[in-house]
Ligand binder design. Structure first.
Ligand SMILES: [Zn+2]
Length: 128
């Protein structure tokens, strides 16, 4: 569960940080409680469950390649990664998050946890 936000009726002109939207100036709503600017549209962040599911797909990908000498994550590594995501606002409270930033952080965590992971793994999974 993310934090509770209360979206303003008033909007602000701000530059979108989403490459999908060409970083154009757009009207943005924000949270009248904490001031976080709400991200809307195609580039908006996804809930943490989306990345937990993606982590399961990474695990399946690794398991399918065991015969190549690939080591899937052990249970405690997976739990650690989920714990880390839940502790980050970027994932647990995606109100002001961009999907691109989440994916960047997700990839960085995978590679930090498991050096030597194929750099193609996320492309392979996401384009499957
Ligand atoms: Zn808020």
């Amino acid at each position: 569960m993310g934090r509770v936000h209360s979206t303003s009726k008033e909007t602000l002109w701000l530059r979108s940080l989403s490459p999908e939207e060409g970083c154009k100036l757009k009207r943005h709503n924000y949270c009248s409680l904490c001031g976080t600017v709400k991200v809307k549209g195609e580039g908006r962040g996804r809930p943490v469950e989306h990345y937990i599911d993606l982590l399961d797909q990474v695990q399946k990908y690794l398991e399918d390649r065991r015969w190549l000498g690939v080591h899937p994550f052990v249970e405690v590594e997976k739990r650690l990664l989920v714990q880390r995501m839940r502790a980050m606002d970027l994932f647990s409270d995606p109100y002001g998050s961009y999907a691109g930033m989440q994916m960047h952080a997700f990839a960085a965590m995978l590679w930090e946890q498991r050096k030597g992971l194929s750099p193609r793994i996320l492309d392979d999974i996401l384009s499957a």
